[in-house]
Ligand binder design. Structure first.
Ligand code: GLA
Length: 357
């Protein structure tokens, strides 16, 4: 157990073994308000987020599994670090300086979330990280040149930090020795009711975005940005998720619900991008990020997997707010660039802030 200058603690226990015998631990970060976050070496997965409701009742608001075997067998990226490229790349192809690269077409002919063995399935080295802001872990992974078809040795570092101000900060940085692409993100599924008691349709969502990224039937962007005005994508003021999720709007139909990127603003500028609120428990999640977009995904592909404590997760029992660059950016010259060059450092920061009202 490590205790740092704040009142934060970090505990560590065995969670399982990789097939090569490496031990997977579960680290639990807690703050002075007894909020806690669990993290494992496999996929850098956030396994639990335990926060109070407005009456002080602590429950887990993150979807996940009790065992490493379940994560390996059927996790739909629950809580994982996603890379090298979060979201989709059209036809699994992109070109850098005239060289065409091919990456796995693991999703309906498209590349999704880093390929067959993305960062959600690799072993992350974890060590407690010295921070006077709260309990923190440093996770590192060196992705070798050519892994999953991507160029360059990519050295990735993720800091998970839980502050006494009830903020969970995720700082991701990366460097490369060859020009490459990166779109690193985080993939927690939230259900603010706690222990995923029901679907998320009565949650209220606010997204600070005037535009979204329309997609084709393969969920690859058309390349244009569209105004959210007068569409079910307008969350500039809070709306329940259920209100527009079964709309006949073509984009909602293509996404089988919400599975789109909203345009949040300038790259590298930390801003409030989303608020989610669950009225019966009073739990609220506010998201800040330096990313130009956020993928709001409403668990449309969840299919009833048996999760933590025997809780089952059918369709729409969790939602994700994944701050990231736009899908298929490597093939869309007008989208903010995802190129990382030697000598540069990719950096992204996301904050999930927990409160009640
Ligand atoms: C992302 C994608 C979804 C889906 C999930 C994982 O959020 O946008 O389409 O693939 O990941 O199931």
């Amino acid at each position: 157990m490590t205790t740092n200058p704040v009142t934060a603690t970090i505990t560590k226990k065995t969670f399982g073994k990789m097939s090569d015998g490496r031990e997977v631990f579960q680290y639990t970060l807690s703050n002075k308000n007894n909020i806690s976050v669990g993290v494992i070496n496999y996929g850098g997965i956030i396994t639990s987020i335990v926060v109070p409701d407005r009456n002080g009742k602590f429950e887990d608001i993150a979807l996940g599994f009790d065992t490493l075997e379940d994560y390996k067998a059927y996790s739909p990226y629950f809580g994982a670090i996603i890379g090298r490229y979060g979201n989709r790349i059209g036809n699994g192809r992109f070109t850098i300086d005239g060289t065409e690269y091919h990456v796995a077409q693991n999703n309906n002919g498209q590349h999704l979330h880093g390929g067959l063995k993305g960062f959600d399935k690799v072993y992350w080295t974890i060590e407690p990280f010295d921070s006077d802001e709260g309990a923190a872990l440093k996770l590192t992974y060196l992705s070798p040149d050519g892994e999953e078809g991507y160029p360059g040795n990519l050295s990735v570092e993720v800091i998970y930090l839980l502050t006494d101000g009830n903020e969970f900060k995720i700082l991701i940085s990366a460097t490369t020795d060859k020009k490459t692409i990166v779109n690193l993100t985080t993939h927690s599924y939230f259900n603010l009711l706690g222990n995923a008691k029901r679907d998320i349709l009565d949650h209220q969502i606010q997204l600070f975005a005037d535009q979204f990224v329309p997609v084709s039937s393969t969920l690859i962007p058309t390349g244009k940005l569209e105004s959210v005005g007068n569409t079910p994508f307008d969350f500039r003021t809070p709306h329940t998720i259920g209100e527009g999720i079964d709309s006949t709007h073509e984009q909602v139909q293509l996404g089988l619900g919400y599975d789109h990127t909203w345009v949040t603003g300038d790259v590298g500028v930390k801003k409030k991008i989303a608020v989610a609120y669950e009225p019966t428990t009073g739990r609220e999640l506010t998201v800040y990020s330096t990313e130009p977009g956020v993928q709001f995904y409403t668990g449309n592909f969840l299919n009833g997997a048996k999760g933590k404590n025997g809780v089952v997760y059918p369709k729409r029992y969790g939602f994700c707010l994944e701050p990231q660059h736009f899908p298929d950016s490597p093939n869309k010259a007008d989208f903010p660039t995802v190129i990382l060059k030697p000598g540069e450092r990719f950096h992204t920061e996301t904050v999930y802030k927990f409160s009640t009202r």
